[in-house]
Design a protein around this ligand. Structure first.
Ligand SMILES: *Cc1c(COP(=O)(O)O)cnc(C)c1O
Length: 465
């Protein structure tokens, strides 16, 4: 028997991995989390192990019972061959015991590929086993959308509808979504913010009729399988830097809290971990939570790092749930209040538990540019603005310079050429396989931020219009 998955809101049924993969958001509005966290068994692995081998060791206990060992091995090996470096996520030495972990070598140049390339294949496998079809509905602040489309395009058991906030994603980000021509893909530009898009997705999932009519599935970072896939690179970085024998700290440019949450799970599994540093841009709901103990959503302010322009970090619910001692009922009440009032005080013992595992800081646009410029002048490397936020905050909150600090480099600077040019005077070029991007024709629908409009889009893609 494999691990069971429990909803953070306590009333939806416990599920196995395959069902949790297909369900995404739980029927009670909660997120599925593993009922037990398996112990990491690094025996047989060392700093020379392949990424796929590490991935198998880390993820197998989470999927066992839902998928055969051979099928899973094949899927894992095929997934990581897609990446343009043999280490999949290579480390880059910045000096002073600071390293970038380059997560941007997948098809859409952002870290979302690392998990979504796996999740797309897992979904396909699960649907084939069940002889079922689904419609994936996703909201994107820029990078999830293209990574999901790349992972799911032309898969015949899956339709995909992606909502992005109109005018609030970068040109490259939008084109990476809207220039894909595939019969199962539909892009929708919503007049609103990313939080509006995310709320529309939650509203669609919250409606049992829509869920059943379209067979809705989610690949947003609320899907457990994405968090699971991200655990692997924390373990791989620790193996490469210290053979997993001494603590490594991680600084993570954070929006929805999915990426850094995987670092927390790695630590629970026994990965030797120092600080987990939550780095925000000036949309700093999480930094303020660590300062005050309250979650207070402000207006979203556009920044140079748009994939972190978020005031509701969905995955934070998972850490609240663990901090509460898995008190689903209180979580449900608390988050309903946050949803309706934009403000909620978190019980102090929960806050204490979370502060024991994370520290948080913010960097504004000016600090972001300074960091991008500094790295360029020191080692001649362009970094993207999200990575720069992680680096700036990581440097300022790090407590022990003898301990390696790994900054998760979440995107290629070529995705954010305006910011890179502003910082360094040089415009980074897209890799050759994307060089035609600006010539290709775009396809998207534009709608208001309401559920009826989204339902129309779901109908359209389902009926093949
Ligand atoms: C999605 C994204 C983030 C934020 O990651 P979360 O898992 O949402 O915290 C940071 N940087 C880039 C480039 C991203 O695409």
């Amino acid at each position: 028997m494999g691990i069971e998955y429990l909803s953070t809101r306590g009333t939806a049924p416990a599920l196995g991995f395959g069902d949790a993969l297909l369900t995404g958001l739980a029927a009670d509005g909660g997120l599925y989390c593993p009922a037990e966290v398996p112990e990491l068994d690094l025996g047989g692995l060392d700093e020379t192990s392949s990424y796929a081998d590490i991935a198998l060791v880390v993820m197998w206990p989470y999927v066992e019972g839902s998928i055969g060992r051979e099928d899973f091995t094949d899927i894992v090996e095929e997934t990581y061959r897609v990446f343009r470096h043999q280490d999949v996520v290579p480390l880059v030495d910045l000096g002073n015991n600071i390293h970038l972990l380059d997560l941007s070598l997948g098809p859409t140049l952002a870290f979302k590929d690392v998990a979504l390339q796996l999740v797309g294949r897992l979904l396909d496998h699960e649907l084939a086993m069940r002889d079922e079809r689904v419609t994936v509905l996703a909201a994107t602040s820029g990078d999830t959308g293209s990574a999901a489309i790349e992972a799911l395009k032309n898969r015949d058991r899956i339709n995909i509808v992606v909502l992005h906030p109109h005018g609030r994603v970068s040109d490259v980000q939008r084109r990476q979504m809207t220039t894909v021509v595939a019969p199962n893909v539909r892009n929708v530009a919503v007049d609103g913010t990313f939080d509006d898009c995310q709320n529309l997705v939650k509203a669609a999932f919250g409606n049992p009729q829509h869920r059943a009519e379209f067979g809705l599935a989610a690949v947003n970072s609320i899907n457990w399988a994405r968090v699971m896939a991200q655990i692997v690179y924390y373990v791989s970085a620790s193996l490469r830097l210290t053979r997993g024998q001494a603590p490594v700290s991680f600084s993570v440019p954070t929006g929805n809290f999915g990426n850094i949450l995987a670092g927390w799970y790695a630590k629970q599994m026994g990965n030797s971990t120092g600080q987990l540093i939550v780095a925000s841009n000036r949309n700093d709901v999480l930094t303020r939570f660590f300062d005050t103990g309250s979650l207070t959503a402000n207006q979203v302010v556009p920044s140079l790092s748009p994939s972190m322009d978020i005031q509701i970090s969905s995955n934070f619910e998972r850490i609240l749930w663990e901090a509460s001692g898995r008190d689903g009922q209180t979580i449900a009440t608390l988050l309903a209040q946050f949803q309706s009032e934009g403000d909620v005080e978190v019980p102090t013992d929960w806050v204490g538990a979370i502060r024991a595992d994370f520290v948080a800081g913010r960097a504004d646009d000016e600090e972001t540019l300074v960091e991008m410029r500094r790295v360029y002048s020191e080692i001649g490397r362009q970094i993207d603005p999200h990575t720069a936020v992680g680096l700036q905050v990581g440097r300022s909150l790090r407590v022990d310079e003898r301990e390696p600090l790994v900054v998760l480099s979440t995107a290629s600077p070529a995705k954010f050429p305006d910011a890179a040019e502003k910082a360094t005077g040089e415009r980074p070029e897209l890799p050759s396989f994307l060089s035609e991007l600006h010539q290709r024709r775009e396809h998207f629908e534009r709608t208001t931020a309401d559920l009826d409009a989204v339902v129309d889009q779901l109908r359209a893609v389902s009926s093949g219009r």
